[in-house]
Design a protein around this ligand. Structure first.
Ligand SMILES: [Zn+2]
Length: 232
């Protein structure tokens, strides 16, 4: 299925508040798509998780969990969506893309997010036990990009708590037994965006020369060795 243009960001919007409103509205639209995918995932006898990869308001790829159907514990919705986005773009580098998911990405997905260089990660429910942001600091880890900047970009912007209440309700309706287990064990937290600690912005290398050198090294060496970038 080809991407749907859900919401085009207005390039002429020069007012910061208006831009923020547009951005939040877009995030909420994408998150609602994730909630629908999560419900679909449950109907497919998978865990109720859904993920979307989007760029400039356009969905590049979307996925439900596929662990049970593929008999593969690595087939989380986020990983499946990122793999599909990379295939469609013909590039393992997803810089400029946002990953949306109804639940905070786990450690496995978070490492894949860093290696695929996504710019933003937006999720609804926080995962204090298994999350790659709340439990293990993978999404916001700066050592990776400081040690090997020609492979890893600085941490993505992380936006937790988008539509958290709706996501919790959708989870309860789609998979009541799973929801009850999650709730009883404190696996997911419903925290609206305004009470979650402020997400850190992605910061880049400090000087333009260093930035240029790092990018050149990335394009000429690391991206041509083992990452399978297709010529466009
Ligand atoms: Zn995962």
């Amino acid at each position: 299925m080809r991407p749907n243009l859900l919401y085009a960001v207005d390039d002429n919007a020069n007012d910061a508040a208006a831009r923020e409103t547009v951005s939040q509205s877009l995030d909420e639209q994408m998150m609602r798509r994730c909630l629908a995918l999560a419900t679909e995932s449950s109907a497919q006898r998978e865990y109720p998780f859904g993920a979307v990869v989007a760029r400039n308001g356009e969905i590049i790829a979307e996925a439900t969990n596929r662990v049970a159907r593929d008999c593969d514990v690595t087939r989380h919705a986020e990983v499946v969506a990122m793999a599909e986005a990379q295939r469609r773009l013909g590039n393992t580098d997803l810089n400029g893309c946002t990953l949306y998911t109804n639940v905070e990405p786990c450690a496995l997905c978070s490492y894949a997010i860093r290696e695929a260089r996504l710019a933003r990660v937006v999720f609804a429910l926080r995962s204090p036990v298994m999350g790659g942001f709340s439990r293990w600091n993978i999404l916001n880890d700066r050592d990776l990009s400081a040690a090997i900047p020609h492979v890893f970009l600085p941490p993505p912007e992380v936006v937790p708590g988008i539509l958290a209440e709706e996501a919790d309700t959708a989870l309860r309706q789609a998979a009541p037994v799973v929801w009850a287990f999650i709730r009883a064990n404190g696996l997911l937290l419903v925290e609206p965006r305004d009470i979650v600690p402020e997400a850190k912005q992605r910061t880049r290398a400090s000087t333009s020369l260093l930035r240029w050198l790092t990018r050149a090294l990335r394009l000429t060496l690391s991206d041509r060795f083992g990452r399978g970038r297709r010529k466009t």
